[in-house]
Design a protein around this ligand. Structure first.
Ligand SMILES: [Zn+2]
Length: 262
């Protein structure tokens, strides 16, 4: 993340709105950038002062009407917002503090981001989910729920926990030992995760049932410094993610496809 990108994300970081991967990338930049550190301290102190100060002011009725008129849909959400920021004793009138105004712009931003995300491709969202999940699994030392280099231990561990039987393949001979497995929630469902290792690089392999008719061959993409690959085979969706290099991930996939589960 370069300075310009980091500087743009700074307000979101102060308001704790960034995704896990964005926060981590931001913090990496922040550690080495005095300019951003200075701006960060300033923004933190401004929001702290705003939170403490008694700065409530009455929003003019005309403004309330105009904002309401500009938001014809999602009445119920709007009503909830009005409730949240109303001062209760004044019926339909409501106080709008600067902090409230910030919250409003934040909500408006989140809203438009939500609209944007709902129109962006499902795959982009899934990729983001995978990167976040991969980082989380490393961050909180939660790579595996079952730790075993033996697929005869890992495979039965999934029994009864999923409505499908994930194919578990051992690739120790090929330089990719299986180190365990876990369950995760991804793409709106529970998925199996097989954890492999290439040297010191963990590889998370996510598997869930899917239609593989006409699926394209595996393709390796890069996202936030991680390599991801997606393919389908034998009625299963596969996603692999790692910080190992492209050729190492390619080798992993090639070996996996060459050694069907037995
Ligand atoms: Zn910077």
């Amino acid at each position: 993340m370069d300075h310009e990108q980091a500087f743009e994300l700074l307000p979101g970081y102060v308001d704790q709105e960034l995704s896990l991967s964005e926060s981590l990338a931001f913090e990496r930049h922040l550690a080495g950038c005095e300019h951003c550190q200075h701006a960060y301290r300033q923004q933190r102190s401004v929001s702290a002062q705003l939170r403490q100060a008694d700065l409530r002011v009455e929003a003019p009725d005309e403004l309330v009407k105009r904002i309401k008129a500009a938001l014809p849909v999602r009445r119920s959400l709007w009503e909830r917002l009005v409730d949240r920021f109303s001062n209760g004793t004044r019926g339909r009138s409501w106080g709008l503090a600067p902090v409230g105004a910030m919250a409003f712009s934040v909500i408006a931003l989140a809203w438009s981001a939500g609209l944007y995300l709902s129109t962006s491709s499902g795959e982009a969202r899934l990729t983001q989910e995978l990167v976040d999940d991969h980082i989380r699994s490393l961050q909180f030392n939660h790579l595996s729920d079952v730790i075993s280099t033996d697929r005869h231990t890992v495979k039965p561990w999934f029994d009864g926990k999923l409505d499908f039987a994930p194919p578990v393949v051992d690739l120790a001979q090929q330089g990719y030992p299986l180190i365990g497995g876990r369950l995760d929630y991804l793409n709106g469902r529970t998925v199996a995760v097989m954890v492999y290792r290439y040297k010191l690089h963990p590889i998370n392999l996510y598997v869930w049932p899917g239609n593989d008719a006409g699926a394209p061959p595996p393709r390796i993409d890069e996202e936030k410094g991680y390599r991801l690959a997606h393919w389908s085979a034998a009625g299963m969706n596969y996603w692999a993610i790692t910080d190992a290099g492209e050729s190492e991930l390619n080798g992993f996939i090639t070996n996996l496809l060459a050694h069907p589960a037995s």
